[in-house]
Design a binder for this molecule. Structure first.
Ligand code: ADP
Ligand code: MG
Length: 508
């Protein structure tokens, strides 16, 4: 890694961050001066590989149910230090366990969210469902967690911390942990396959050993099938709760195909919340029946954002599911345990130790960057003041999932000045902005010429956990995914077009 920051500052504490301060990895797996004719031929092949292996989405701009487009992707795998990759993979079962135990702790969730639910209607409605099913008695004690913890590398300087006594001078910081609709179980592995093919075409077979194995799809589907077996009715189906329009269709369908491959007895049905409300019912013994099919497992790929609940009808569907005997990924308590507010509270001193061992707490806390409550108390006041003074150092997050909701830069100042003295600010949390090292890569987008651009990456580590309050039956790693985006954009959703599929190239 070389630095072209004139001040040789520690970027995580630098106020000149942004365009004025760039640390760059010069670690592309192949030189980035591929001659134009070779590049164009390679891109042509790579596009077809993507199209023919389901690295695709439906177009948002020209939606056509019968047509797929390849998803934007990066031509080469992105460098990621092996030490950091192995560290975050090792952490995942601990993260799974933490989320599982937090989700069983009603009092803690209530303490974390009591102010949030006063000012945030969406979280409040989720909370009401939780209270309702708790008061009625939880029908299904077994939880199915299909979790994804997202991290970015943070640039460090030599000797800045325990880990940075030797290169690489980077560490991993958690962006968030997802407990609902943790997608890309197919897109992650297929991106690795695409890159293996590309490196082969470039005659670089010797690099293939640096692309880690990725069993995300197998492991996540195995988790659903395990849950289906626990339910114990061989005729019951798996229900995918889907959006009204699914753009990320390949990712979802490949889960279905993989379930069929692993166990042909398991059938999958797909319904949106509106359909579930109209066509679903509970039997007296709480079995969930949709169109005469009994449901063993519910896998939410929707239901994480307010727009997916048009009216009370969709909320009724969520409650219906939650009341049922089906195993759910996630249960309402797992959903609540994955909120940004809970993530912020987990980073407070002494909290992790309540759920995992001291040694595990020490390891996990290395993943956390600064997270600050904006509650109406003196520490909250301090956080507001510091964000108004240095907005470029932070990200302001409401309790939302799915991308595009966070607030950055000057807008942080505007929003915080508006809500500074009201409880409205308690709907948000504040987080240190992570400044990952910048890499260069060729971006390939539909209908655009290939382009070499500056990028940053976000690694997602999947985990599967199945258990009751008292007993964990399954807790394991479940592969990974890498998304990369232009270094200049705040958020890089792949479907939104600012980001692209990528895979990991392990470096020393
Ligand atoms: P969502 O639930 O909407 O995915 P995230 O917390 O994952 O919310 O934020 C969305 C995106 O915003 C991330 O994928 C990342 O690109 C960017 N982001 C979030 N938090 C940070 C942070 N602390 N530093 C830098 N970028 C961030
Ligand atoms: Mg995210």
């Amino acid at each position: 890694m070389s630095s072209n920051c004139e001040n040789e500052c520690d970027p995580s504490h630098c106020s000149l961050i942004g365009d004025n301060c760039k640390l760059t990895y010069n670690e592309s797996c192949v030189p980035l001066d591929i001659p134009e004719d070779i590049l164009n031929e390679l891109v042509d092949k790579a596009k077809d590989y993507a199209l023919m292996h389901g690295a695709c989405m439906r177009s948002k701009t020209a939606f056509d149910r019968d047509t797929l487009q390849f998803a934007p992707f990066f031509l080469l795998p992105s460098a990621f230090p092996k030490r950091e990759f192995e560290r975050v993979v090792k952490f995942q079962p601990i993260m799974n366990k933490l989320i599982h135990h937090v989700a069983q702790d009603y009092e803690f969730l209530k303490k974390c969210l009591k102010k949030t639910i006063m000012v945030d209607d969406f979280t409040s409605r989720l909370w009401k469902i939780y209270e309702t099913v708790r008061s009625e008695g939880i029908s299904q004690p077994v939880n199915l967690g299909l979790i994804r913890s997202d991290v970015m590398l943070t640039q460090c300087t030599a000797g800045c911390c325990e880990l940075c006594q030797t290169p690489p001078y980077v560490t991993s910081h958690q962006v968030e942990v997802n407990t609902i609709a943790s997608g890309f179980g197919h897109m992650g592995p297929v991106s690795g396959k695409l890159h293996r093919y590309i490196l082969g075409e470039l005659g670089k077979e010797e690099l293939l050993s640096k692309l880690p194995e990725n069993n995300a799809l197998e492991a996540l589907c195995d988790g659903m099938i395990e849950a289906w077996k626990i339910y114990g009715n061989p005729k019951a189906v798996v229900l995918f709760v889907i959006e009204d329009v699914t753009y990320n269709i390949c990712d979802q369908r490949f889960h279905e195909f993989e379930i069929r491959r692993q166990n042909p007895d398991v059938h999958v049905i797909r319904r949106n919340l509106t359909e579930i409300s109209k066509r679903g019912k509970l039997t007296d013994d709480k079995r969930l029946i949709i169109d005469d099919k009994e449901v063993a497992v519910v896998y939410f790929r929707a239901g994480y954002e307010p727009a997916q609940y048009h009216t009370d009808v969709e909320w009724d569907a969520r409650l219906l599911i939650e009341r049922s005997l089906a195993l759910k990924s996630p249960t309402i308590s797992y959903h609540l345990a994955g909120t940004k507010k809970v993530q912020q509270e987990l980073a407070m001193p002494g909290v992790l130790e309540r759920y995992i061992s001291e040694e595990e707490s020490k390891l996990l806390s290395q993943l956390f960057t600064g997270l600050y409550s904006l509650d109406l108390h003196p520490e909250g006041d301090k956080a507001v003041e510091m964000a108004i003074e240095y907005p470029e150092k932070y990200v302001l997050k409401p309790q939302r999932e799915g991308g595009g909701n966070n607030i950055y830069g000057e807008e942080i100042r505007t929003v915080l000045k508006r809500v500074q003295h009201s409880s409205e600010r308690e709907a948000y949390i504040l987080m240190d902005r992570i400044r990952p090292p910048i890499l260069s890569n060729y971006v390939v987008r539909p209908h655009e010429p290939v382009k070499l651009i500056d990028v940053v990456s976000e690694l997602g580590i999947f985990g599967v956990i199945i258990g009751t309050k008292d007993k964990i039956m399954v807790n394991k790693n479940a592969g990974h995914m890498l998304r990369t985006k232009m270094s200049t954009v705040n958020e890089g959703g792949v479907a939104a077009g600012q980001g692209g599929l990528d895979s990991v190239y392990l470096t020393d």
